[in-house]
Structures are given as C-alpha cells and as structure tokens.
Design a protein around this ligand. Structure first.
Ligand code: MTE
Length: 322
C-alpha cells in the first residue's frame, strides 16, 4: 500500500481556522505572482482501504478573488468536508470516498464539449477554465439526506465557461458526465447506479451567476474524494446535482437523463431544488442537521438562495417539478 506523504502540511495538525489564515497570508504574500496552480493540479495522496488520505498533497491556489456571493456562516472543517461525503464511484458509505479514492488519477485531464454548440472539442483542463477567474465562494451545501455543510470552494462561474463555447440557440439544457474508470474507481465495478454518473441543468440554471465549477476548496486544489480535478457546485439544489470529476459537457434540446432519477424517478426529479415543502417520499425535508451541530435547523427554500434564483422557476409548480 502506498501512502504518499505531503512535504509541508499534515492535515491532522492544521485546524481549519489556521489553514484559512495561512491561505490568506499566502495569497497576500504571492499577489502578483503567476498562478501556476492549474498546471500543477496534483493527484491526491494515495490511500488504501481503511486509510483516510493522510495528508494534503494538493497545491495552494493563489490570486483567488473573494466573492460577494459568499455566506458568512461558520465553515465546516476540512475533515468534515473531505471524510464525510458521497461519491458512489468509490463506495456508498460516507467514509468510502476518502478511503478508496487514492488510486484515482486526476491528471492529466480532458473535458469534451459536445452537442449543440459552435465550439465543440476536447479541452485540456488548463484550457477549459481560466485560472485568472478563480474565486472563493463560501456556499451552504444541503444534501438530500437532510444534512448540510458550509464549504469554502474555489471555482469559476460556469456561465462564463459555457458562453465561451457558444451554445446554439436550440440548446436548452446541458448534460454533465463523470469519468468512467472502474480500474481506479472501485464503486464502478458494482451496479449501484448506472455508470457513468450523469447530471443536467437547464441552460439558464447553468449560466446563473451562482453556479460554479469548483477546482479547489479551503485554498487548495480538490482532493480525489471531493471530485478532483473539477466538479459542479449548484448551491440552491440538493448536493447530488453537483456532479464530480467531470469529463463531458453536452448541449442538448431536451432534459438529459440524471443518475438519481434513472435510479428512482419517484424519489428524484430533474430539478432537485432544495424545498422544505416537498418531502422526499421516505423522509422530511423540513429540517436539516448541519454536520458538527447537535440540534437540527429549519431548511430554507432554495437553500437560502431564493432571492437570487426564485425567478428561474416563476410560474412553475415546484411540487410537480421536484
Ligand atoms: N458525483 C458523482 N460522480 N458521483 C456521486 O456519487 N454524489 C452526489 C454529488 N456528486 C456523487 C456526485 C451527492 S449524493 C452529493 S450529496 C454530493 O456529490 C456530495 O458532494 P460533496 O459533499 O463532496 O460536496
């Protein structure tokens, strides 16, 4: 079993607050320096069964702008974010992504742009996103399983990326696909979901200023278990819309299939907007448990982003379009 040790920071030694302060100092100290981070998007430290990725071998991301869209709520710790999450390609338990993602290689990375678009092609990650446009977006994540976290993502607005490829007027939706690599992703060797994982957004949702493609969190490039090297974050929708390790964007006319509605269309619809008034058939969505807290809190419509996004759904019956 290979356990690669990061030379500088041991995860377990760094409290999130300290890391956060360090990152800000780092950014201040290196302002004006070229951002080599995307060229240096590194693989996570290798971990074997039972081993949580031991140290952060990722790169610090410099020259990151802060965003007015960020929430000022208390952040969840790095440990919470990177050791308790869903990434079924590595297993269905919340601790599986951290345990079993060590062999995944997120570098080099290519993203295919297909369908109703003027500039289709295969784009290297470094060409796909503009490092100069990186922003920190502190967002609430509300999982469909009624827990939530607050995560300091580093990413770029998806709308800007999409506009560069010039979708055709007929394109109304965008489909996202996760990489299919059963040799590196043990969960894909079992038929838990139809592989590869797919997701979709209406084009106006995808180009909404809140939708981002994330390449990092807590100031560093993503660990494998968080969706390295690039994943979606759509903060007003349940977490499962935020597809990880994306290899394809396809522009289409009709709503594309999505992994969870293929698996169970009664329980999961295309829109999947956070909505405390529409319960999941097997549990209530009225309240949520913020990871790290004991008492539950009420869930807000659109995860608290209603002022910005409610207009996208004007006139729609959100009980029907769940
Ligand atoms: N993307 C892929 N490819 N595979 C997955 O299993 N799980 C989803 C989503 N994206 C998933 C995925 C679910 S159910 C959730 S809640 C979020 O990722 C959790 O991601 P995060 O906590 O790492 O943000």
């Amino acid at each position: 079993m290979l356990i690669k040790k990061a030379p500088d920071i041991r995860w377990s030694e760094v409290t999130p607050e300290r890391l956060y302060v360090n990152r800000r100092e780092f950014i201040r100290a290196s302002s004006g320096a070229a951002l080599g981070a995307l060229g240096a998007l590194a693989g996570a430290a290798a971990a074997g069964p039972g081993v949580v990725t031991p140290a952060y071998a990722q790169d610090a991301l410099a020259n990151v702008r802060t965003s007015a869209f960020s929430t000022s709520e208390k952040l969840n710790s790095v440990e919470d974010i990177t050791t308790y999450n869903n990434f079924y390609e590595f297993g269905t338990d919340k601790s599986d992504p951290a345990r079993y993602s060590g062999r995944f290689k997120p570098k080099p990375w290519t993203i295919a742009v297909e369908g109703l678009v003027n500039k289709p092609g295969d784009y290297a990650l470094e060409d796909f996103i503009t490092p100069q446009a990186l922003e920190e977006r502190i967002y609430r994540l509300r999982c469909v399983e009624a827990w939530s976290m607050v995560i300091p993502w580093i990413g770029i607005p998806l709308g800007g990326v999409i506009r560069r490829f010039e979708p055709a007027p007929k394109a109304k939706f965008v489909e996202f696909t996760t990489v299919y690599r059963p040799s590196e992703m043990p969960g894909q060797r079992r038929p838990v979901l139809e592989w590869p994982y797919v997701e979709g957004l209406r084009l106006d949702e995808a180009t909404h200023p809140l939708s981002i493609l994330a390449v990092g969190l807590y100031g560093r490039t993503l660990l494998n278990q968080s969706g390295a090297p690039i994943r979606l974050v759509v903060p007003w929708k349940y977490g499962f819309k935020s597809i990880k390790s994306i290899v394809r964007l396809r522009f289409v006319e009709k709503p594309p299939p999505t992994s969870w509605s293929l698996q169970n269309s009664q329980e999961y619809g295309f829109y999947s907007n956070v909505n405390p008034e529409v319960d999941h058939p097997r549990w209530s969505q009225a309240r949520e448990r913020r990871i790290g807290e004991f008492l539950k809190r009420p869930t807000a419509m659109f995860n608290g982003y209603g002022d910005q996004v409610a207009g996208l759904y004007a006139g729609m019956d959100l009980h029907k379009y769940y």
